[in-house]
Design a binder for this molecule. Structure first.
Ligand SMILES: *Cc1c(COP(=O)(O)O)cnc(C)c1O
Ligand code: SF4
Length: 457
């Protein structure tokens, strides 16, 4: 019997790549000189990961040794000095960086700042770019939307991301920034729970920080049970970057995983939804260790959703995204949001344009299941909240300014986002050169947005 060279579907789809199914199974960490003799059991031990976490240029040098040039190390030192975020990288992440080309590596770019790459901040920028502190009725509880609130349980994370939106609070003080303090504090938590209990229209609580991974198992139980005891709370999400940056904790810290799964199971019995929201940004972050870790949650019926941040040089191309959403699908993590990078101090090199986000979204939709196709959002400065990137009233790729409305927050207000200046056409870059003209650029964009709105009604 002869076998046709191609199946009908191959005619239609060309070569279908299955690269997303190929998860690294090798002992990839042994390529790092300091981890050359580390066996699998040690590498999977979350306590070892936490102990070996890199926070200073000299820790990095001790780990990677002669894999990098002295020039690269000098560049890292300059980057650490000017970074508003403290630096913290797990050995897992460090081992997934391609050290033969650290300048271009997507994981290096997210965690290790380089002096040579820094760009001046955008004029629109303020430190607490989302206005979270303004919407806080009690410290560490942001209540901006009617039925949902964000509970910041603590201010540390297993790693520190350069692009963190909460750089006003998260991480230790740096040379650049002194932080708001949000420590683990049972009394502060109790005030937040009391506020939630006496606000009957709240139904949905995001437990974040910082990062739920840093909470002890007993604290996960405490927060989970305190919230489950409030009858009007129907949905709880534990937000953690942990599965992306230290997946082995789910495998080896069985007390923690079990505490989380028990809260989910207890919630399910009383018809309260409890899920995990995590934060992968690149397909290289997903290995066979990740699959094993997420399977522990999946087997116990825990839904895991992903919120990614769009970053220049990390995940701003379609090939990466097609691979990424299909790989997330493989391990049953649902791509939920992609944030257009917020205006955050000191990371202008990581931002990209609204036009890029729109183009990526078009190329992703249809590549896999609709429920695994993320919504691209802009979290508009000034407290407008997340807006579908396509929903602008006006967008001028020349000035990079986009104008959004947010009727659930304030039906009369306009919110502005601005693309990074270095990616604008020369005429647009010229317009931002004169500080006296900045307000005019915004006023002009607002006038055009209002004209569009007037014409529509
Ligand atoms: C993102 C966010 C939420 C949750 O929003 P969803 O769109 O439901 O994921 C809640 N409160 C604040 C302040 C937020 O920024
Ligand atoms: S894990 Fe989240 S909260 Fe923590 S530094 Fe990264 S982005 Fe910020």
């Amino acid at each position: 019997m002869s076998v046709p060279a191609t199946t009908p579907s191959e005619h239609r789809h060309g070569h279908v790549s299955l690269e997303h199914r190929h998860l690294r199974k090798d002992e990839f960490w042994r390529a790092i000189p300091a981890y050359a003799d580390v066996d699998r059991a040690t590498f999977l031990d979350h306590r070892w990961q936490a102990r070996q976490t890199v926070t200073k240029p000299k820790d990095l040098m001790a780990a990677v040794q002669d894999l990098v040039s002295p020039e690269f190390i000098a560049d890292v030192e300059a980057g650490f000095q000017h970074s508003p975020m403290a630096v913290r990288v797990s050995p897992y992440m460090l081992s997934l960086i391609d050290w033969t080309n650290p300048y271009r590596d997507p994981i290096r770019t997210q965690f290790i700042p380089l002096g040579s790459r820094l760009l001046p901040d955008h004029p629109l920028l303020t430190l607490d770019s989302l206005g979270e502190q303004r919407d806080a009725p009690v410290p560490g509880l942001t209540h901006r939307y009617p039925d949902k609130a964000l509970f910041l349980a603590l201010d540390t994370c297993p790693v520190y991301c350069r692009f963190c939106t909460r750089s006003y609070a998260v991480g230790t003080d740096t040379e650049e920034v002194e932080k708001v303090s949000l420590k683990v504090d049972r009394e502060r938590w109790a005030k937040a729970f009391e506020y939630i209990a006496r606000t009957p229209y709240l139904e949905d609580i995001v437990v974040s920080g910082g990062d739920s991974y840093q909470l002890k198992a007993s604290q996960i139980t405490d927060i989970g049970e305190s919230l489950l005891a409030i009858p009007h709370i129907r949905r709880i999400r534990f937000a953690t970057k942990g599965p992306a940056v230290m997946p082995m904790k789910l495998i080896t810290d069985t007390e923690w995983s079990d505490a989380l799964c028990r809260v989910v199971e207890k919630g399910r019995k009383q018809s309260t939804e409890v899920v995990v929201h995590t934060h992968f940004n690149h397909p290289n972050e997903i290995t066979d260790i990740t699959r094993e870790a997420i399977d522990i949650l999946f087997h116990r019926g825990v839904v895991v959703r992903n919120q990614a941040v769009l970053q220049r040089g990390v995940n701003d191309d379609l090939e990466t995204w097609r691979l990424f959403v299909r790989r997330l699908g493989q391990i049953h993590v649902q791509p939920y949001y992609v944030y257009v990078h917020d205006l955050v101090r000191g990371v202008e090199d990581l931002r990209t344009t609204v036009a890029t986000a729109i183009e990526l979204e078009k190329g992703i939709r249809g590549a896999t299941a609709g429920f695994n196709s993320p919504t691209f959002v802009v979290d508009a400065p000034g407290g407008g909240g997340k807006r579908d990137v396509h929903s602008f009233e006006y967008y001028d790729p020349e000035t990079g300014v986009s104008v959004y409305r947010s009727p659930n927050v304030d039906p009369t207000k306009l919110y502005f986002y601005a693309d990074p200046i270095d990616l604008l056409p020369p005429s647009g870059r010229e317009m931002w050169k004169d500080p006296a003209g900045h307000q005019r650029i915004l006023d002009d964009a607002a006038a055009r947005a209002r004209a569009v709105l007037a014409a529509r009604s």
